[in-house]
Write a protein that binds this ligand. Structure first.
Ligand code: SAH
Length: 390
């Protein structure tokens, strides 16, 4: 097995358990390596660090899979990691739908697997993980005997690894519009053309958090996608629910989902640009008991954090102004580039501008099937806040 020797000033990050090794942290690679092969990593003074897969083309040259010198990286290893991730999900209460593998947090870097009922959607986001794709499919078949496994590798990050973008069935093809249950409701998931893997499982625990405040309320849900939060609000007894999304297709899906749950009489959806209409409705003096915001990331790079913060501040300011005094703002941010502290500061700035006082109801992260590993910052990415707006 080829050896990779780290520089003397190896970052504390790797020593503390982070699995990524960047190209500029490597002193030398002993022998020719084949992209995707398993290598052993050592410190400058020859102490074993771990084993992982290498891709000399990628800025993240090595991603560590194991810190155990005696562990062999083979089919059995992959199977055991997937089985362990499933055992963990079951232990904390997930049965039907969950993020089964959350990359680094399940010690399988660059692998994402979402379980939707009997269907699985997978993403292999690095070359080193792509190599194991058929092994992963085999493991899923052994553990779950699934109805289908679909690949959503139509993601630009794959190109940084020298991989093509693609999507399609890895098992016999079938309908890509599947039905899932969540919190006693049903939702269609379009695993072929939906966003990311088709559905945002990361908010599944948070959707229950609106239960009490939704009761009897006039609710505005912004960035609705397939209407999940909005349909929950209706289910929990909202008087009226309006959901907004810029995508016509999302609004169609949301409407279908509301009908599916017999809540079409309470929920209405509109395809509009939220930034424009919220501004206008603020001027018009519209008021809601609950305003929910679940915007997209606004940035994907560290250089643009300021732009993201401006976006979050703007939308929260506009949203907050539409909350009746004593009503509630439910607000999220899904990028790890904005830390929880920075997110709260941003909401606080918006409140100051809106001249409103906030009382915090709850502040949390993503659902527990997306574990946060301490020391691996990018596993802590979702912020979910409910505040009363006084
Ligand atoms: N709340 C959803 C996820 C929202 S994802 C859920 O729980 O499933 C973010 C959504 O914001 C996407 O559907 C996207 O189409 C929408 N979006 C992006 N920019 C927008 C804008 N300017 N106005 C309205 N919607 C927008």
């Amino acid at each position: 097995m080829s050896k990779v020797i780290l520089q003397k000033k190896i970052s504390q990050r790797v020593a503390n358990g982070h699995p990524w090794i960047f190209s500029n942290e490597i002193d030398k690679i002993e022998a020719e390596v084949k992209p995707g092969e398993i290598v052993e990593v050592y410190t400058f003074d020859n102490k074993f660090v771990g084993k992982g897969y290498i891709n000399p083309k990628s800025q993240i040259t090595v991603r560590l899979l194991s810190r155990d010198r005696n562990e062999t990286i083979d089919e059995k290893f992959i199977f055991n990691r997937i089985q362990a991730a499933w055992d963990y999900r079951k232990k904390i209460g997930y049965t039907e739908n969950c993020r089964l593998i959350f990359g680094e947090a399940d010690f399988l870097p660059a692998l994402i697997i979402d379980k939707f009922n009997d269907y699985f959607v997978i993403q292999t986001l690095s070359l080193g993980m792509e190599v194991w794709k058929s092994t992963i499919v085999k493991a899923l078949q052994t553990i779950f005997n699934p109805k289908g496994i679909y690949e959503r590798n139509d993601v630009p990050v794959r190109e940084l690894e020298g991989l093509e973008q693609k999507k399609g069935w890895l098992t016999e093809s079938s309908d890509t519009n599947i039905l899932i249950n969540e919190n006693g409701l049903q939702f269609y998931v379009d695993i072929e053309n939906g966003q990311k893997t088709g559905y945002f499982l990361d908010q599944q625990d948070n959707r229950r958090a609106i239960r009490h405040i939704a009761k009897g309320a006039d609710v505005l849900g912004v960035f609705t996608y397939t209407g999940t939060f909005e349909i929950h609000a209706a289910h929990y007894g909202a008087k009226s629910v309006l959901g907004l999304d810029i995508s016509e297709n999302a609004v169609l899906q949301a409407t279908k989902n509301a009908e599916l749950n017999g809540l079409a009489n309470v929920c209405r959806f509109e395809a509009v640009n939220a930034f424009d209409v919220l501004k206008q409705w603020g001027k018009d003096g519209r008021q809601y008991d609950v305003v929910m915001l679940d915007p997209p990331a606004f940035t994907k790079s560290r250089e643009n954090i300021d732009k993201a913060v401006t976006g979050y501040k703007e939308i929260n300011l506009r949203g907050m102004k539409l909350v009746r005094p004593g009503g509630f703002l439910v607000t999220s941010s899904c990028t790890n580039l904005v830390s929880p502290e920075l997110f709260l500061d941003t909401i606080n700035m918006a409140a100051k501008d809106a001249r409103r006082k906030l009382r915090q109801v709850t502040f949390r992260a993503q659902a527990s099937d997306h574990p946060i590993i301490w020391g691996i910052e990018n596993t802590n990415y979702l912020k979910f806040l409910i505040v009363q707006v006084l």
